[in-house]
Design a protein around this ligand. Sequence first.
Ligand code: SF4
Length: 217
Amino acid sequence: MNYKVQGLNKEDKELLDKGELLPVMEDFYTIQGEGFNTGKAAYFIRIGGCDVGCHWCDVKESWDASIHPLVKVSDVVQKVVESKAKAVVITGGEPLQYNLDYITEAFKSKGIETYIETSGAYPLSGYWDWICLSPKKTMPPLNEVFAVAHELKIIVYNKNDFEWAQEQASKVSSSCYLYLQPEWSKRESMTPVIVDFVKEHQNWMVSLQTHKYMNIP
Ligand code: SF4
């Protein structure tokens, strides 16, 4: 595994390796605000730990996995079942630093759809109904993740990102949906530029962080 969780005892390390324990930063039932599944109710599980290092990251408190409690996955699954959510979004941090086979099997056995948001920088684990790949320049995705992504979501921070977005799009399958999303702090300047780009390149679509406009998590 690729996680960097400090100070683990042997038993916790074994359970973390199996994916039966995970450092959960937060979990909440809300609406998926962005990308293909925008507007759908979904239970979010944010796993701590990320070394991708995006300078504009809006969840930097997720980076150090060691400050987030190690939680029994069976307890999280029970919370999701009780919420009656029909889909979970596993996000981070970078969730693929961990073995996600156990948690996704558990959700699937309960009939709950499994979605992931990942940079694709680590090998894929888990069983997924929807893979949203959001590549980052600092740690590019592995080819194995490009191949299976259902959705490619490029965060646009400045005008140089369009050429890079096209390069990323050349690596996904022909059925993969392509989205351009303004980085939140740049939304006023970059949204009109994205709109113009999508009008000229109709294989792309606009994604907005609608949860932020709705003031929900
Ligand atoms: S991959 Fe995600 S969590 Fe990690 S630094 Fe980038 S935006 Fe933040």
